[in-house]
Design a protein around this ligand. Structure first.
Ligand code: GUN
Ligand code: ZN
Length: 429
């Protein structure tokens, strides 16, 4: 059997550095090695030891570059790829002005195929090996997404976005068709190859209580699927939810009372949470997804990474393309750092890297499978050049340790920092 041995600096996590002392949560080996067999990592440790133990392995020596798990984007909208960075609107106006017209195009399979392929290629070029995406209301958009991922052998999560009110005619389904289409799509795609289906009500303002109920029932019939939605992103949105659901205790209750709160639920943004909401999310073991470039770009607010981690609520990191302003998880980590600073807390580079890999994988219930540089995980691996531009290189030259060497790439890096990408044990270049 073919064996590949990657040599370089390696970063491995053993625990969550947001809970434990970050020094004990990870190991950096300045002369590490990662052994790949049949698409999986079978060993990670000393490069010299692995070389001696596996003389038959094909060796790729990345020198001083940093080998890490591929980035896991835990919330994005592939149909918004072509309208990323659209100017001047906050959430509801941004949806109506830019997003809905673009999403209306995805009933056209050829267009959906083109944008799905483009998104995956952009993701890989930026070191993202797993995407978690909202598709559009069109089943074709879901087929296009999972087909594009299968072609590239990528592990992805996605689902048909459901909306039966407060959206243009071209983008509305019904409670029944949302149930029927989502059921057919999850039966087709969930667990096929590396695909995972997420039942996907967009957010409470665009679903009637009937539709939320129907999707809650579907989730209870398929509890191994994930469920993804949005929660408490902007003040205007929260006020709108209150007016649409006058008897709900809070925003989260609009999901909870319709069977849409659970441990396999992914709640994007979750910025302006009330104490009851935080308690319930913690009680049920739900996951939150922090989308920092989106939160600054659309003007949403400051996610409380440390406060929510202190409650042991699982948290992933995400671009939220195209509300987010970058395809890069490096830029996304930088924005998470900046939001932390605005809240008075500096996230350590180990904590940022953990969120972009292990944290997102944990949110998706895929710990140990993806986002992990260790034996047993799929070999979705990236190699970071820590001196990828003149500006980063000159700062890197005076680094005192690996974290000081990595931090300029987190803050200033982009796709130029991605020296190599392996998906399921194969190089993508
Ligand atoms: N809330 C509902 N839909 C969306 C979306 O497409 N992007 C963002 N950022 N928030 C949303
Ligand atoms: Zn979103």
């Amino acid at each position: 059997m073919t064996k590949h041995l990657l040599l370089g600096q390696t970063l491995q996590f053993h625990a969550n550095p947001l809970h434990d002392d970050w020094q004990n949560a990870c190991t950096v080996d300045s002369a590490g090695g990662v052994l790949i067999e049949a698409g999986r990592i079978t060993a990670a440790g000393s490069g010299a030891d692995l070389r001696t133990a596996h003389p038959d392995a094909t060796v790729t020596d990345y020198g001083q570059n940093l080998i890490t798990a591929g980035f896991v984007d835990a919330h994005m909208h592939y149909p918004q790829t072509a309208m990323i960075a659209s100017w001047g609107k906050q959430l509801i106006d941004w949806l109506n002005t830019y997003t809905f017209p673009e999403e209306s195009r995805f009933g056209d399979k050829a267009y959906a195929d083109m944008i799905a392929g483009r998104t995956m290629d952009l993701a890989l070029a930026h070191g993202t090996t797993t995407l978690t995406s909202f598709c559009t209301i069109h089943p074709t958009s879901v087929d296009a997404y999972f087909e594009a991922a299968a072609t590239r052998n990528m592990a992805v999560v996605g689902g048909k976005t459901c909306m039966d009110r407060n959206a243009p005619d071209t983008l509305r389904d019904t409670a029944q068709s949302a149930y029927d289409d989502s059921k057919a799509l999850l039966e087709k795609w969930h667990g096929r190859g590396r695909a995972t289906y997420a039942i996907t009500p967009r957010f409470s303002p665009t679903s009637t209580p009937d539709q939320l109920n129907a999707l809650g029932s579907l989730w209870s019939e398929h509890p191994d699927c994930l469920m993804q939605t949005h929660l408490s992103e902007q003040h205007d949105e929260i006020a709108w939810v209150k007016s649409l659901f006058p008897t709900a205790r809070d925003y989260l209750d609009t999901y909870e009372s319709h069977g849409l709160l659970g441990a396999r639920g992914l709640y994007g943004h979750a910025i302006h949470l009330e104490p009851r909401e935080i308690d319930r999310l913690a009680d049920v073991g739900a996951a939150l997804v922090h989308c920092p470039t989106s939160n600054t770009f659309i003007g949403s607010g400051l996610f409380d990474t440390f406060g929510l981690a202190a409650r042991h609520i699982r948290t992933g990191l995400a671009t939220d393309t195209g509300g987010g302003s970058s395809f890069s998880m490096l830029r996304t980590m930088a924005a998470a750092y900046e939001i932390g600073q605005l809240r008075g807390t500096a996230l350590h580079p180990s904590q940022l890297m953990w969120l972009a890999t292990e944290g997102s994988a944990q949110a998706l219930h895929m710990s140990g499978q993806i986002g992990h540089l260790g034996a047993g995980a799929m070999a979705d691996i990236i190699v970071l050049d820590l001196a990828s531009t003149p500006a980063i290189a000159q700062r890197n030259a005076r680094a005192t340790d690996i974290w000081d060497a990595l931090f300029p790439t987190i803050m200033m890096g982009d796709d130029r920092a991605i020296a190599d990408v392996w998906v399921a044990g194969k190089p993508t270049a």
